[in-house]
Design a protein around this ligand. Structure first.
Ligand code: AMP
Length: 425
């Protein structure tokens, strides 16, 4: 079978790697892909903002399965468009992807279905926001409604700063584009966990849990990034808590979407805050997370393609996902300056020796091939991912691999996993 993957990051590199391990797959095409993905798949250029171009490409390639990585094509309706043309595609429809593409929709949906989440107000004008702020106690979380590539959440220490943040989202000053709706939220405290599951629209199958490090600086300090590292161990959630999250959050979300006529087929990524009053949903994503997917897929022992096809066919309840016990860890290397401005085009060396560290995979997030040489092409450049019987060992291997890799201005955090390691000591 030919598999087409839309996307260009570390997530898509990991998906291509996992898909290639399936006996049933003869060819992997990635659009547009990147320099690292090109080593294991045929990369074809496409603009992920251009729905027609993506549809034309899929029609020309006629894959047996299409997997959509990023949120933008989902929110443009790529799944609806490909299904209409008789193609098998893994991912939610545009309407179901609203769980991610509109935070206001997600909050109202959770309220309708009694899914635990922070109290909130959805505001459509600055005047409304000024009034709504009065019912919140500081700190107050202010969010833009739509997709904002991780930049749409502002934690405000006072009502006054929340008003200012809300106004800057409405005016377009903060994101460069004016928000239609701004959401105010109660500030939640606790540990964050990424709980991803597959859904076929009726049934839910959890993936192994993960915890990421969003901040650029050691000790989880400094500005937020797309993720500087992540790890997955069974110790993150015990069986009882996993069951609770499935029963009270994942299953009601999937049954609620089906009951509202927009069944959710794909990966439901639930961002959770583990608070004193129990797990609360921070956000939904309608796709695999990046870099969580790189760690999670390293622990998958069964066939990914079979599982994704079961989602399309509505037979997820008859499909078993098997996981390696132990741990997986990923360390992200970024360009100097990220998440602010940075330069690209620097040669990357040491990849061969890095990949010789046992049980390590190097996934590329932002690389390109320039005249036979791999060069940096993004803020997050690559991920050293390792699986091992323990988190300590997985981290040691990932850092061993990272020590082999070099490019001008390479930066990575040296403390990935510090929270989990502290708990086991
Ligand atoms: P979101 O895109 O909604 O997940 O928000 C991004 C990040 O902002 C989350 O991963 C949290 O670290 C933080 N955040 C979002 N909502 C809240 C909240 N209600 N309370 C505390 N932190 C939050």
């Amino acid at each position: 079978m030919k598999v087409l993957i839309f996307g260009s990051g570390g997530r898509e590199h990991a998906l291509a790697w996992a898909v290639k391990r399936s006996d049933r797959v003869t060819e992997v095409v990635c659009a547009p892909g990147n320099g690292g993905i090109a080593q294991i798949a045929r990369c074809v250029p496409v603009d992920l903002k251009d729905l027609d171009a993506m549809v034309q490409l899929a029609q020309a390639e006629q894959p047996g399965l299409t997997i959509v990585g990023p949120e933008l094509p989902l929110s443009l309706g790529i799944v609806d468009a490909l299904k209409m043309r008789g193609l098998r595609v893994f991912g939610p429809t545009r309407a179901a992807a609203m769980l991610e593409s509109s935070k206001g929709f997600a909050k109202r949906f959770m309220q309708r279905h009694n899914i635990p989440s922070a109290s909130y107000a959805v505001c459509t004008t600055a005047d409304e926001l000024d009034k709504a702020v009065e019912i919140f106690r500081a700190p107050i979380v202010v969010k833009a409604d739509g997709l904002a590539a991780g930049k749409g959440v502002i934690i405000c220490p006072s009502r006054q700063t929340a008003i200012e943040a809300g106004h800057s989202l409405f005016s377009g000053k903060h994101l460069g584009e004016a928000a239609d709706q701004v959401i105010l939220e109660e500030f939640l405290e606790g540990d964050e966990i990424s709980f991803l599951c597959l859904s076929d629209g009726k049934h839910v199958a959890p993936l192994v849990p993960a915890q990421d490090h969003k901040c650029i600086g050691e000790g989880d300090t400094g500005p937020n990034t797309g993720g500087m590292g992540v790890y997955s161990t069974d110790a993150l959630l015990d069986a009882g808590m996993t069951e609770w999250i499935l029963r009270h959050i994942a299953e009601p979300t999937v049954s609620g979407m089906a009951a509202e006529g927009t069944p959710f087929v794909g990966v439901l990524y639930i961002g959770l805050m583990m608070t004193a009053r129990g797990p609360q949903v921070l956000e939904f994503n309608a796709r695999f997370g990046d870099p969580e997917t790189q760690a999670i897929l390293l622990r998958l022992d069964s066939d990914l393609v079979t599982a994704l096809e079961a989602c399309i066919d509505g037979t997820l309840d008859k499909t078993e996902l098997r996981w390696a016990s132990g741990a997986a860890a990923c360390v992200v290397a970024s360009s100097a300056g990220y998440p602010g401005s940075y330069k690209t085009g620097f040669p990357i060396s040491g990849l061969t020796s890095a990949s010789q560290v046992p049980n390590v995979q190097v996934f590329h997030s932002g690389s390109a091939r320039l005249g036979g040489q791999l060069v940096t092409a993004g803020g997050r450049v690559l991920v050293a991912a390792a699986a091992a019987p323990s988190l300590e060992e997985a981290l040691t291997r990932a850092y061993q691999a990272m020590a082999e890799i070099h490019f001008d201005g390479i930066y990575f955090r040296h403390d990935i996993g510090h929270r989990a390691l502290k708990k086991t000591k």
